[in-house]
Design a protein around this ligand. Structure first.
Ligand code: NAI
Ligand code: MG
Length: 361
């Protein structure tokens, strides 16, 4: 039994998440999961209609849910950043979603932009700290709009904040890692206070995980390694800004934004799952957007809701669709968004029926 808040959002958000819902509804009916969905009208349309971005009542109501499934927000008719800040960042901070989980997984050999690196080489997870660092919003201006202007932006690392993200990353590596190995990515040679704290926290926490191999890369070196030897990585833990940057590099080596998924997680509160891409107003309403990232985000939500087998079946359907070219035009197929969603459900069904047949044999 889980209650899922569904925020389709703007542009292609609704088109792509509708395909994720098809998969979730199929599992819900077939396996009696008792998932309940409630749609929330948030985003550009509501803002333009009523001036509201995230009313307090909605935030309070969201508290009663188990997870949030989100499309994307952003619209050319609205000042850039307003909805992103007012909805995405608002939810992230309100629910203290301190983990940003970003799997970097290549699902199809041909999508690799790296010569000689394929599906078996590009498969790791970045755990990004999601609430502190240079994005904490602490700073200010002095003598603004004068020739003597000064602007500061503080990098905040709290011992609690660093400990909890590193602990999550070690636990994640221990549970899901292939080697298992945890790499910490920082700039401790220059950020001699903030990332010195990271270094000490990593070392001390690591003593509780003798079975997890430990490794350290400076952020500049890790970008080179991700391109040259992505196969060495299993799980990477890093601060907010470096996570922001290296996960975009990661999205590119996993075959582009159309495949990239993000979980904003607080294991003790309400987590939010979304495709990494935006609302793509240039292609909205045409039923041509690629729904695979949105469907993989639904799979990540299933994993968090403790249905790992259903998450795995969803991923298998995506791999099947890719291998048979049952995909949208942006990645070389010729299906519509809805047709891809229908194919994925069909693929899961066929797969499950095959399993049942095998049981009867
Ligand atoms: P975008 O990701 O929406 O689009 C970039 C390019 O990729 C466009 O050419 C678009 O057509 C294409 N694209 C994106 N997703 C696609 C998909 N599923 N299938 C096929 N093609 C796809 O980024 P952009 O254009 O910078 O931003 C558009 C709006 O989205 C802005 O308002 C921005 O602020 C917002 N945005 C929201 C995000 C979120 O809700 N998490 C994340 C990124 C941007
Ligand atoms: Mg980014």
């Amino acid at each position: 039994m889980s209650n899922i808040a569904y925020i389709p959002g703007d542009g292609i958000g609704e088109e792509v998440t509708r395909q994720g819902l098809k998969v979730l509804n199929y599992f819900n009916d077939k396996h009696d999961l008792g998932l309940k969905f409630e749609k929330f009208d948030l985003g550009a349309e509501r803002y333009l209609r009523t001036g509201e971005i995230m009313p307090d009542g909605v935030l309070n109501k969201l508290e009663t849910f188990d997870a949030i499934y989100l499309g994307a927000v952003g619209d050319p008719r609205v000042e850039p950043g307003l909805l992103e800040k007012g909805i995405l960042l608002k939810l992230r901070f309100y629910f203290d979603q301190y983990i940003n989980l970003r799997p970097i997984k290549l699902y199809k050999e041909e999508f690799s932009p790296l010569k000689g690196k394929g599906v078996k080489d590009i498969n790791f997870t970045v755990v990004r700290e999601n609430t502190e660092g240079i994005y904490a919003g602490i700073g200010g201006f002095l003598k603004k709009d004068t020739p003597d202007e000064v602007a500061t932006q503080e990098m905040i690392s709290t011992r609690k904040g660093v400990d909890r993200i590193i602990k999550y990353a070690f636990d994640y590596a221990q549970k899901y890692g292939r080697k298992p190995k945890l790499t910490v990515c920082d700039k401790s040679n220059v950020l001699t206070y903030a990332h010195n704290l990271w270094q000490r926290a990593f070392k001390e926490m690591g003593e509780n995980y003798p079975d997890v191999a430990k490794e350290h890369y400076l952020v500049d070196a890790i970008t080179m390694k991700m391109v040259r030897n992505p196969e060495i990585f299993d799980v990477i833990v890093t601060c907010n800004i470096f996570g922001d940057i290296i996960t975009d590099l990661g999205a590119e080596i996993q075959g582009g934004m159309g495949m990239a998924v993000s979980g904003n997680i607080n294991p003790d509160s309400i987590s939010m799952f979304e495709p990494v891409h935006g609302s793509a107003p240039d292609i909205a309403g045409q039923n041509i957007a690629n729904p695979l990232a949105a469907v993989l985000a639904a799979a990540m939500m299933l994993q968090q809701l403790d249905y790992p087998d259903l998450a795995q079946k969803t991923e298998a359907a995506v791999v099947d669709a890719l291998s048979k070219n049952m995909i949208t035009g942006d990645i070389g197929g010729d299906l519509s968004t809805d047709e891809v969603g229908d194919y994925l459900v069909q693929s899961i069904k066929t797969n499950e029926e095959g399993e049942n047949d095998a049981e009867w044999d």
